[in-house]
Design a protein around this ligand. Structure first.
Ligand SMILES: NC(=O)c1ccc[n+]([C@@H]2O[C@H](COP(=O)([O-])OP(=O)(O)OC[C@H]3O[C@@H](n4cnc5c(N)ncnc54)[C@H](O)[C@@H]3O)[C@@H](O)[C@H]2O)c1
Length: 323
């Protein structure tokens, strides 16, 4: 097997490339470098610079490298940006996927792992979100992930491609400091950013119907997430054609924003009291995965906890910011 990893020089993609390469899989990365840090890639992994929107390039890459499976992570991922620029999000996330699926079908590739997101669910009012919880995304980003899953399954059925859609919950941490997320879009880097500026962390809403009044989320270490991709790829290698699988990737445990900020205070040594601001529109009180189906189908479970996520993310933040 030779796996093409699209978006493989991004935060999660580089972890996937490293985990699969480290486990002895042949991998090739395709990335347009729009949001990448190519130095994240391990030595010996070829990097092709280009876009999933470029069908001719994809054709060449499939032929030149003898690609037999694809892990598709390349996408735009900022919720706010997707609200402001929905057409661009549909063009790049869905258009890129459609072009890639054409290339996959033309090349006779039979295995695909697709990066989906808990954003497909929207804000369901349930204790644990299972894969059967209705999907009602509340922003264009989540819509592109849900429509992407539909497209992946339909193309899979039409062209005999075995597919796994992985719905990631809140990703955090780094397997090594140089692999850390350099963006400030998720809560952990957002709190680091405030602390580094000498400002108190912010809590958006402390009057939710949760034990401490703040929102509860399911955090997953990016190294565990990368292992889930490896398990999915191995499952596809073994069983193809295996139809389609859709799996949550989370820990199945809720952590509140206040608990997370307390933990960040312990790790960074900066225990300043957070300030409470108004709720943000669209935030669900609770979003926690049921992690059972991934365990049953892939034999995969998260091993690392939130303390490891925060400590490794902080090491990466310090390195990146020269602290
Ligand atoms: N980070 C999260 O918390 C999270 C949660 C759920 C799902 N996801 C999904 O995981 C995937 C990876 O996310 P990430 O956090 O690593 O983001 P990222 O921005 O760090 O990585 C995305 C990579 O894809 C590349 N890219 C973007 N569009 C491309 C295109 N058209 N062709 C080729 N390369 C392209 C970028 O240069 C970048 O290297 C995305 O599909 C994202 O939607 C991320």
């Amino acid at each position: 097997m030779t796996w093409l990893i699209t978006g493989g020089a991004g935060y999660i993609g580089a972890h996937v490339a490293r985990a699969m390469h480290g486990a002895g899989e042949d991998v090739v990365v395709l990335d347009d470098l729009s949001a990448a840090v190519p130095e994240r890639l391990p030595g010996g992994v070829p990097l092709v610079e280009g876009s999933t929107l470029d069908g001719d390039l994809l054709k060449r890459v499939f032929a030149d490298h003898g690609i037999t499976g694809v892990v598709h992570l390349a996408a735009r991922k900022q919720v706010g940006e997707s609200v402001a620029e929905p057409v661009r999000y549909y063009r790049e996330n869905i258009g890129g996927l459609a072009t890639l699926l054409d290339a996959i079908a033309d090349a006779g590739v039979r295995r695909l792992v697709f990066s989906s997101s808990a954003a497909v669910y929207g804000n369901p009012d349930v204790d644990l979100i299972t894969e059967d919880t209705p999907c009602l995304p509340v922003n264009p980003y989540g819509e592109t992930k849900l429509a992407g899953e539909w497209l992946v399954r339909a193309a899979g059925r039409a062209h005999g491609i075995s597919t796994v859609c992985l719905r990631y919950f809140n990703v955090a941490g780094a397997a090594a400091p140089e692999l850390a997320d350099t963006g400030v879009f998720n809560i952990v880097p957002m709190v680091f950013d405030r602390l580094t500026r000498g400002e108190a962390p912010r809590i958006f809403g402390a009057d939710y119907p949760t034990p401490d009044g703040t929102c509860v989320r399911d955090y997953i270490h990016v190294a565990d997430l990368a292992e889930a991709h490896l398990a999915a790829a191995r499952r596809l290698s073994k069983d193809a054609p295996a139809g389609d699988l859709t799996l949550n990737v989370g820990r199945g445990e809720g952590v509140s924003v206040r608990e997370l900020i307390t933990l960040i205070g312990e790790v960074t040594g900066d225990r300043r009291e957070p300030v409470t601001e108004d709720r943000r529109p669209g935030d669900a009180p609770r979003a926690v995965a049921s992690a059972e189906r991934a365990a049953a189908e892939l034999g995969w479970r998260a091993r690392l906890g939130v303390p490891e996520m925060v400590a490794s993310a902080w090491a990466g933040w310090q390195r990146h910011h020269g602290l």
